[in-house]
Design a protein around this ligand. Structure first.
Ligand SMILES: Cc1ncc(COP(=O)(O)O)c(C=O)c1O
Length: 403
């Protein structure tokens, strides 16, 4: 008797969970296909279209026949645009060989873990955190170690909590500021303490800055790499064009950091995906060069929505919502709703509440549990203000049915 096909799958795959955000979006899509009017706030992408001049740059590239393999880690023009961006925004100057362009920041992160993690290495992860980090770490046979961030601290990392989880196996620390799902931006004072601890304990830092430009504070987001020279030499910055320029489908992300790490990533990429899409690289070069002009109108719109959603959630009894400082998510605390019942059936978990919202309010939001918090839910406000208003109204109505 031949073995069933699933037995052939590599054992490390048993650690992989399908992305819960994509799962919820799929259920919402299914309902929509049945003709049900579902408002889907589960995704993580701008609702804006890619700016027209960026599309034109891609069309021009096609017209000019820029449709062949390129240098594995990115074309010189894009690397130069990225280099100039780092100088302009953060005062950091990276040699082109210290930059690797990949198929989205998610791909950059996977390659980073691939080249840095040995079996059993601990990767420290302040939570709530983006759902893909733990799975990417596990797939590379690392050990994710969670550092809970408190709501009372605005979900910013607590350096004492970092200190507490350290062991001789601790190797990497992942920072994500502004954060998905909380929108928290780590302040300079906390970063200084984190630098001290990281340097004392020989940690390497991965700074995921993909939401850098979606920032409502009025001040630039402090990047840990800018704090001092020694920490810069121990930090890999990850960024990309998906969120800033509404270019999620183009798949361009990049990493910049120590030359040895970047060369290893380039080598892995050369044997796996090769170069990112040539046409998308041209479009990304144009978007990054054009700088502020494209995202500023989007930021104005995001801020309006954020302010509206936060105050509307805070008017619903049982929900408490902090105003996020960046990104385009709210992360309301729903602990006041857990334990209440709908038609005699108690709702005990954020998952059950997400199902209740989908079934009764026809609104899709993601439970906080896979992000590391069982008493929150994530709503993306990268959606029109009118759909957000309708969505929060429906949630309020559904909540009023709970006993
Ligand atoms: C925190 C964080 N990092 C990285 C990414 C990946 O972005 P992309 O692969 O589209 O560049 C995302 C996307 O949701 C994210 O939320």
């Amino acid at each position: 008797m031949n073995r069933p096909v699933q037995d052939f799958l590599a054992s490390r795959l048993s650690l992989l969970k399908p992305s819960p955000t994509l799962l919820l979006a799929a259920r919402a899509r299914e309902l929509k296909q049945q003709g049900i009017d579902v408002l889907d706030f589960s995704g993580g992408e701008p609702d804006f279209d890619t700016p027209e001049p960026v599309k034109k740059a891609a069309v021009k590239a096609i017209g000019e026949g820029f449709t062949k393999y390129t240098a594995v880690g990115g074309i010189p023009e894009l690397k130069e645009a990225i280099r100039e961006k780092f100088i302009r925004d953060q005062g950091l100057d990276f040699h082109p060989r210290a930059i690797v362009v990949s198929n989205g920041a998610k791909h950059s992160l996977f390659e980073i873990f691939q080249v840095l993690v040995n079996p059993g290495d601990q990767v420290l992860l302040p939570t709530p955190a983006w759902v893909s980090y733990p799975d990417q770490i596990l797939l590379n046979q690392g050990d994710p170690v969670f550092i809970p961030c408190r709501e009372e601290d605005g979900f910013r990392i607590d350096p004492d909590a970092l200190q507490e989880v350290l062991t001789p196996r601790s190797k990497l620390l992942v920072l994500n500021s502004p954060n998905n799902p909380t929108g928290a931006i780590i302040d300079r004072k906390r970063l200084e303490r984190v630098v001290e601890i990281a340097l004392q304990n020989d940690l390497l830092i991965i700074s995921d800055e993909i939401y850098e430009k979606i920032n409502y504070t009025g001040d630039p987001v402090p990047s840990i790499a800018t704090l001092d020279k020694s920490v810069r030499e121990r930090t890999v910055i990850v960024n990309g064009v998906s969120k800033t320029y509404a270019m999620t489908g183009w798949r361009i992300g990049y990493a910049a950091g120590p030359r040895e790490i970047m060369e290893a990533m380039d080598a892995v990429q050369s044997q796996t995906s090769s170069n990112p899409n040539s046409i998308a690289q041209k479009a990304a070069s144009f978007a990054i060069r054009s700088g502020e002009e494209f995202f500023e109108p989007m930021l104005v719109e995001y801020r309006k929505r954020r302010d509206w959603v936060v105050s509307a959630f805070n008017r619903i009894s049982g929900i408490r919502c902090l105003p996020p400082e960046g990104a385009f998510y709210v992360f309301p605390n729903i602990s006041g709703l857990l334990g209440r019942s709908y038609k005699g059936v108690p709702i005990q978990t954020a998952y059950e509440l997400a199902e209740f919202f989908l079934d009764v309010a026809r609104v899709a939001m993601v439970p906080g549990t896979p992000f590391g918090s069982p008493v929150h839910m994530r709503m993306s406000y990268a959606a029109s203000l009118s759909s957000l208003q309708e969505g929060v109204r429906r949630i309020g109505e559904a909540v009023s049915l709970l006993e």
